[in-house]
Design a protein around this ligand. Sequence first.
Ligand code: AMP
Length: 145
Amino acid sequence: MAVYQSILLAVDFSPGTEVLLNRARALSAALGARLSMVHVVEPLLIDPAYELLPALPAEFEEQLEEGARKQLARLATELQVKSNDTYLRNGSTKSEILAVAESTGADLILLGRHGRHGVARLLGSTANAVLHAAKCDVLTVRLEN
Ligand code: AMP
């Protein structure tokens, strides 16, 4: 039996993601593991107290979600991941990645990790948050930037 049978790849469409996609493709093929993908759209939390900000059109979030759906579908085609193994979720990135990992029975979560330092590293903390809370193994792939 393969070490990992079900890999969940978390994608955010940022530049440099290609290396993560390549790693997911190679790893799932080598292990004969099922590959699923997840992208999370976080709600836009804008405090109405910031009156100086121009009001965002009501359909802005829908457009964001539609854009994410298209990008996710494009990557799924590229990686030959079936549409019912592709998950677009709304909410907290960490919680939704973990929820999809549990509901799909993933035994490995694959994420990117930026080579940032200082404050930028603290801000880019998805990999860190998932790493510490996941019930399964987590592999982070160092991204180029
Ligand atoms: P970050 O910590 O924001 O630099 O992101 C590190 C990695 O977490 C990314 O390379 C993705 O693998 C994953 N990730 C970040 N944001 C999302 C998102 N909104 N949906 C799914 N995965 C994400």
